[in-house]
Each structure stands twice: as C-alpha cells, then as structure tokens.
Design a protein around this ligand. Structure first.
Ligand SMILES: C[S@@+](CC[C@H](N)C(=O)[O-])C[C@H]1O[C@@H](n2cnc3c(N)ncnc32)[C@H](O)[C@@H]1O
Length: 460
C-alpha cells in the first residue's frame, strides 16, 4: 500500500518445500507424503510473487533463492508473473566445498538464485563496483594526463569478430601506416580521435607494431568502471551463515540454515550506484538481508533501507513462538549496536506487528495510529517511535513536515497553527480537506488516501 513501485531490489529465500518441516501452510508443516505438496507451494508463492512485482520499481530486480525441490516450478511461476522477457539469470550459489557422505548418487554442492527484472528494458546493466583485484589491473597513469586517472592497456586489434571491411584500415603513426592482422575493434573515426587524444599506446615489437587502447578506471562521468556480475557465486558456504547467527545470538540452533550475509551482500552490491535504494525481503527468517544492507551501507556510506517481513513461525505445536522478535529483530539490533566486542554498523529500524482485524471493526473505532504509520511510510524516511497524541499529529521538518489531523473542529485550529509555525509548506492529511484548506492556505492539504480508507474498511 505504501511502497508500490518504490522498491529497487527484492531478495527472497522462501521455504524450499523439502517436506522436512520447512514450509508452513495454513499453520501446518507440509510433509513429503502430502499429495498436494507442490500445488500448495505454487499457490502460496504465486500470490506472493504477484504482490512482489507490484512493489518493484520499473528498474527494480528480484532475486529468489531456491534448490532442486521447486526449481522448475519456481522458474515457470517467475515466467508467468514477471514475463519470460524479464528473465536475467539462473545463478548458481556454490554452498559447500564437498562432503556429502550421505548422498546416494551425486553430491549436491549448489543451490540457485533466479534473477528477474520488473522491466528489463528499464535497466541498463546489473553491475558491481570494481573489486580491489580489478583495480590492480589499472596500473598505468600518464604523467601528462594525470587527471584521467589509472588505465590498463587492451589490444585494439581483433581476430575473433566476423570480418567487417570498415574495421580494416591503417593507423598512421610516426610516418608509418599500421595495419591490423585482420581488423580493429573500433571504427576508423573513433580510433583516430583516440590517437589524437593520446589514448592509444603504440609500440614497436619484434613482430611489427602493437596497438593498444587505454581503458580508464574512471569513466568520463567520474564513476569507477563497473565490473559485471557473474552467474556463479562461489561461496561463502552455508556454515558461514550458521556461524554468524551463532556469534550474534549465542545460539547455533536459533535458526536453521540462515544464508551467509556475504552471499546476500554479493547480490546487493549491484546497488552500488543507488545509495538510497529500498530493499525488501518477505521471507526474512533470521534477518540476513537486513544484515547485508547494513553492511553495504557501512562499506560505502549509503543510506539504503530494508523492509523485512517474517512470520512468527508459530504453529499449533508451538503457539507462542515468535521468530521475528526473538531472532530477526534481536539479531539486527545487535548488528546495529554492536555485540561481544564487535562494533555496531549503525542504522536502526522500527519493529511493527501486523494486526489481524475483523472486517468493519475500524468503522466503530478508528485507530489513528495505523493511519499515522501509513502516512509516515508514504512521506518520511523514518517512523516516529510513538504516536504523538492529541488532535494534531506532526513529524519531520521543513518541507517534509507531515501533519495528520485526527479531528477537525474548533479545537483543531489553535494546535494546527502552532504546528505550522515554521513549516507553512507542510503536508496535512485530514478527513475534511476542504475545511482545512481555509485554515492552512500555504500547506498542501490532502484527503486520507482512498486505498488506505479501503484497507481500513471505510467506504466513502
Ligand atoms: C529459508 S528461510 C529464510 C532464511 C533467511 N534468508 C535467512 O537467511 O535467515 C524461509 C523462511 O520462510 C518462512 N516461512 C515458512 N512458511 C511460511 C509461510 N507460510 N508464510 C511466511 N513465511 C513462511 C520460514 O519461517 C523461514 O523463516
């Protein structure tokens, strides 16, 4: 409701439906003998993927972890929901180095991560910042053109492309005409411009001439040259994830098979250019995705946000279980604040609970707090820890000042005037916009959004 079309990246790691107490459907674990096992999983995922697509921005992407139990069903579902044309990659995550004494035939060392775009046409590339390893290739600099930064040399000639007559020409250098063995990679004009700009490096060798172009680490926009993402993630291995949760919570059994945060981080690194991205994971489990977002922000000073959703994992057998509070939120709090000698990564989060409501209940007793949280999610970067109370609820500063009027009558105008004092251009939400406009002519006055009224069971 508040984030449709606003999410840049979704990572999910749904229950794999192994038949071994990992998938809860209608409050029961689904076991291997259940004849409707796959149908139930498909139905369950289909509804969630449709919602996921709705959340994504046009240039957003989704990564879904899966193993062999449901790989083929998931692939077909993803094609159905996102469209075959938006498939980007079926990635491999190598999750262990060996072992598998129990395997009957072939030892499985990997899982998959399916990657789809919301709209592939809206994405230029999915790239990564250059690693230190890549940076090391850029070992030359020109003294005369130091501002161009480091570069590496790449051969201008090629023998591997199909023959194209326009790529076969001579490059003039020190009174000679240099011909390629087969052809150059660039059209003549581009090569001659590069030559004039000192962006070619030409040297005499025993066999003749070698012509290289200078590939710079920084593009003309000042951005570092990006590296492409590979379809194989070689580790980190599963045990790294288990170890992390054990270190953080002091309990190795708090959660089975959490992903290693560096595995999710490897996927999220493609957000290197988007420092304000919103990342969603609606199978949050132990909160690995939040951990990875916090790590990425700590690495590059970003302020990306995460929205994690987790079930409590309460079942008929364990009705009081609350995984979300006791594992996920607890872990993230420790990651932010530091634990056992490890420094905090900073950042923070709000912990909200979904309330199941009887249809129409709010008609009788409207919960202003729920309206307030929704409005803040639409307008502000952070939620106020407690609802302000009174008639005029306000948060945020300057142009981002947000005001919610719980009532509109004579008692409203005095407090509203005070709330607007230094923030005349605030956005005010009210149940009676026409009336409020007279009292706050400079502010943006809006009605409570229709979709919110519908969710609250109020029909105008
Ligand atoms: C594979 S785990 C996710 C692990 C997570 N990526 C991590 O690193 O901690 C799958 C999650 O799906 C949740 N799950 C299982 N059945 C569910 C259901 N019916 N609705 C919502 N979540 C469910 C489980 O509670 C579990 O946390």
């Amino acid at each position: 409701m508040t984030h449709a079309g606003r999410v840049k990246c979704i990572y999910i790691d749904p229950p794999y439906n192994t038949g071994n107490r990992d998938f809860i459907y209608n409050d029961r674990f689904i076991n291997k003998e259940d004849g409707w096992r796959h149908s139930k999983w498909i139905e369950f995922m289909h509804r969630r993927l449709i919602l996921a697509k709705d959340l994504l921005r046009e240039d957003g992407v989704i990564f879904v972890s899966i193993d062999d139990n449901e790989l083929f069903h998931l692939g077909m579902l993803m094609n159905e929901v996102f469209g075959e044309g938006n498939w980007i990659s079926t990635m491999i995550w190598k999750k262990s180095y060996g072992g598998g004494a129990k395997a009957k035939h072939i030892v499985g060392l990997h899982e998959y991560v399916l990657c789809y775009a919301c709209n592939k046409g809206a994405i230029e590339t999915i790239d990564l910042p250059p690693s230190d390893e890549v940076r090391r290739y850029y070992k030359f600099t020109d003294e005369k053109f130091a501002e161009r930064g480091p570069y590496r040399l790449q051969p201008l000639a090629t023998t591997s492309m199909d023959a194209r007559p326009n790529l076969r020409y001579s490059v003039p250098f020190e009174g000679e005409e240099i011909w390629p063995e087969k052809q150059w990679q660039w059209a003549k004009e581009r090569a001659l411009t590069a030559l004039a700009n000192n962006e070619l490096s030409i040297n005499k060798t025993k066999k003749g001439w070698s012509v290289n172009y200078k590939q710079y680490l920084f593009g003309s926009d000042g951005e570092e040259r990006a590296a492409k993402m590979y379809s194989v993630l070689d580790g980190p291995y599963t045990q790294a994830g288990t170890g992390e949760v054990k270190d953080l919570l002091g309990d190795g059994k708090a959660f089975s098979f959490p992903k290693p945060s560096n595995m999710v981080l490897a996927l999220l690194r493609h957000l290197h250019q988007d420092k304000n991205a919103v990342v969603v994971d609606f199978f949050a489990g132990s909160g690995t995705t939040g951990h990875a977002v916090l790590k990425l922000n700590a690495e590059d000073g970003g302020s990306r946000q995460f929205i994690l959703v987790s079930s409590t994992e309460a079942t008929d057998e364990e009705p009081d279980k609350n995984l979300c509070r006791d594992v996920c939120a607890k872990r993230l709090k420790r990651v932010c604040e530091g634990y056992g000698g490890v420094g905090g990564l900073e950042g923070g989060f709000a912990y909200l609970r979904i309330e199941k409501m009887e249809p129409g209940r709010l008609l009788r007793r409207l919960q202003h707090e729920q309206v307030w949280i929704t409005l803040q999610m639409l307008h502000l970067d952070a939620l106020t820890p407690e609802a302000p109370g009174g008639i005029v609820w306000a948060a945020g500063e300057g142009r981002r000042r947000l005001i919610y009027l719980t009532q509109t009558n004579e008692k409203t105008w005095g407090p509203l005037e005070r709330a607007l004092e230094e923030n005349r251009r605030a956005t005010i939400y009210t149940w009676q916009p026409e009336l409020v406009k007279h009292h706050a002519p400079k502010a943006t006055v809006r009605p409570i959004p229709k979709f919110l009224m519908e969710r609250l069971g109020i029909h105008s």
